[in-house]
Design a protein around this ligand. Sequence first.
Ligand SMILES: *[C@@H]1O[C@H](CO)[C@@H](O)[C@H](O)[C@H]1NC(C)=O
Ligand SMILES: *[C@@H]1O[C@H](CO)[C@@H](O)[C@H](O)[C@H]1NC(C)=O
Ligand SMILES: *[C@@H]1O[C@H](CO)[C@@H](O)[C@H](O)[C@H]1NC(C)=O
Length: 977
Amino acid sequence: MEKEKLILPFLLLSLLMYSNGTTFSISRDYEILLQVKNTQIDDQNKSLKDWLPNTQHNPCNWTGITCDSRNKSVVTIDLTEFGIYGDFPSGFCHIPTLQNLSLGTNFLGNVLSSHSILPCSNLRFLNLSDNLFVGTLPEFPSEIFELRTLDLSLNNFTGDIPVSFGRFPLLKVLILSGNLFTGAIPPFLSNLSELTRFELAYTETMKPSPLPSEIGNLTKLEFLYLSKINLIGNIPDTIFSLISIKNFDLSQNSLSGKIPETISSLKTIQKIELFDNNLSGEIPKGLKNLTSLFLLDLSQNALTGNFPEQIASMNLSVLNLNDNFLSGEVPQILASNQNLQHLNLYNNSFSGKLPQDLGKNSALIEIDVSTNNFIGELPKFLCQRKTLQRLITFRNRFSGPLHDEYSECDSLKYVRIENNELSGSVSPSFWNLPNVYFLKMEHNKFQGSISSSISKAKGITKLLLAGNRFTGQFPNEVCELIRLVEIDIGNNRFTGEVPTCITGLKKLQKLKMQENMFIGEIPGNVTSWTELTELNLSHNRFTGSIPRELGNLPDLIYLDLAVNYLTGKIPVELTNLTLNQFNVSDNKLYGEVPSGFNHQVYLSGLMGNPGLCSPVMKTLPRCSNHKPFSIVAIIVLTFSVVLLFVCILWFLKRKSGTLVGKSKRAFMTTAFQRVGFNEEDIVPFLTNENLIGRGSSGQVYKVKVKTGQIVAVKKLWGGGKNKQDTESAFKSEIETLGRIRHANIVKLLFCCSGDDFRILVYEYMENGSLGDVLHEEKFGGVLMDWSKRFGIALGASQGLAYLHHDCVPAIVHRDVKSNNILLDHDFVPCLADFGIAKTLMREGTECAMSRVAGSYGYIAPEYAYTLKVTEKSDVYSFGVVLMELITGKRPNDSSFGENKDIVKWVTETALSSSHGDCITWTKIVDPRLNLDTCHYEDVEKVLNVALLCTSAFPISRPSMRRVVELLKDHKLARPKS
Ligand SMILES: *[C@@H]1O[C@H](CO)[C@@H](O)[C@H](O)[C@H]1NC(C)=O
Ligand SMILES: *[C@@H]1O[C@H](CO)[C@@H](O)[C@H](O)[C@H]1NC(C)=O
Ligand SMILES: *[C@@H]1O[C@H](CO)[C@@H](O)[C@H](O)[C@H]1NC(C)=O
């Protein structure tokens, strides 16, 4: 009777119409359901399309509805995964007979209020898991006391767990995982005396605090899941009173101290998961009393001592002790375990032999004992039951053969036995295991040949056999293994020819065959190797010439053919490649070095070929001149003479100080084009009032010279202590710039070096730097509409692509950023400031580059660990500039939040959106662009290029040439408007 008051007023009408006995309650439920559907639920996916008026006024066969056995009233509403939107549909609770309300995995959201759940006083089962609820979790009114199951997991509830949650007298299951609670686990939950399952995991926002000792009061608890919730301190001794517990999971917290001995009294326990904590001390010996236990995971702690014999004698199915400080031998008795399936002991200091009967008595699936000090043979019976999938023993001192028994292990998928002392030949039937996809046997003492039966190992992707003593031919059958991505058979004793069919392996990325005794020619038909990045055939006995087709491999960056008997010329096609490693030294190559390789950085890769000659490189012999004295030669010669003259002048000037020049100051000037001024027209104007900015290596002035031309003058910081530094910056900049002609690279007109200063004179860029225009208040970024920004992106990419791909050797800018992109009066962008540009050097010759390269916010992540700057680092920085253009924000804008830069922020925001998600777009795109709401296709394409460029791995970033293509594509794809 009381409840009737809560029913929505519209029901009064139906009450009058259907007040005839038994059909009354069902027709009332029918009205309620229709009303809720129409007013409280946004059924965008039409999941409730059969909730339609019917003549019987009966909802019992609508989807999601279950009635009681006599179809007199609704008892269950289950709309799990119906794709419905809206607030909590409290109207359902007006059905007084409703017991079970399941609304999991939908798009319901907003705040849940005490008021809205008040009508649900008869519910026994409430599931709101995996929705979009936010805000603090409300107190549940005391009327709600029938609940048996409450699942609120995977929402964004915040704050503390409400006190009323300690008051459900009948609650058995409480699931709160995956929210954003900020309090600690409240002790009052121990009042839930009927609780059998408590889950509060993956809530890293929780306040670091210990597990309350009251937990022991939950004597009916069977399932405790408290992973990753910032637990600290010791595991309370009171856990001994969890007398019904089966699953005990406190993993991934910061628990410390010893594992309490009282754990041994939990007779009912089946799984103990304490991995990834800071637990120390020894493993409790009493665990052996836990006869129901089948999973024990104590990995990633700081446990010490030996492998307790008692645990080895248990019948565990999963035993993970990896990543601890355990030592001593593994007890023999472990092998008599009949249930053992997963054994992970890696990263400890275990020694001695493994129990030789391991695998004999149980169906092992996985054994990982890598990185210990084990010796002796691998146990013969590991795959006795034909279930072993992962065999991982690397970094130990195992010796002896790979047992024939393994050859029948068809279940094997993943094998890592590298870095041991295993020996003997490998049986033909081991090579043909059909399910192996990863085979790493490197650095052992294996011998014999690879059987042709390897053709049956169809799934293999990596075949890594380097550093053994394998002999014989490399079998043709390898060509049938079309999934191969990497072959490394370096440093063995293979002989014969390399099967030419190997060029048909389309997925191959790395082929390493160095340090063998291969003969014959290098296969030339390589058009299928579209993904090959690395080819190392060095230290073999290859003959014939270098196939010119190698120059067409789109991704090749590492080419080593050194120490062979290769003859002929170096194919000029190889200069198409952008190589990090190029080595053809110690062969019998002859002829002129292609001009692309005519640079000092390639020299060591060319040495040891007595027949090679070069017109430029001094260390190589001159090419004998059959042609008449060419014009080029004359120019080169003239240039050299002039250069020599200049050098002598420079030298004399430095010695005498006043030899050259009429004035008291001594100047060394170089004009790169016809200019109508000299240093005297410039130096007097380098005053504070003409100062317009500071570059990374100097001050910049704006000067109007007598011809009326306006130029930008950069005066390098200089003189005194830093002389050495500025000297090299100066030289690197003029050397680099003097050679370059490109519309998108700033033109150096003139340079001049005095005793205590150095100046560089550039054409003046009216609109300053992109950084200023975008970010400085005074310029007001509003001036830059999207088409201007796009033009800048494209132009700058072309300039950079020119440096990377058209200069030989390639030039890495090293400091790409918006402040180094200057804009002329038409907003045509020009790259500037090569202060720290350096021609691309190869490994080993880089010692000169000690300074940190690049500017904060633009530096590619790999720089942190490799300290190497490549073209791909420029690509990364360019991606950052693209993001600046799109967002209008600086790379380190404080609005991104702590530890986030523009790349992280844009990436996360972009990835969290679905295609064309308007809200996300509004967040990313610079509001000053005033773009038509949600018409961001243009921007989206540029954003996609930016995301590619800022990929964490250099290899995944496109080349600059590709970036230009992608951006141009964009232009074509734009609708004409
Ligand atoms: C169930 O639905 C069908 C049509 O979909 C209808 O013919 C039938 O009468 C309904 N049964 C009940 C008990 O309402
Ligand atoms: C929930 O929180 C996460 C993490 O803070 C956030 O990414 C997500 O957008 C939030 N969802 C809602 C609906 O508030
Ligand atoms: C609950 O646990 C606390 C601390 O362990 C204990 O003092 C208290 O007596 C227990 N309460 C009940 C009802 O068992």
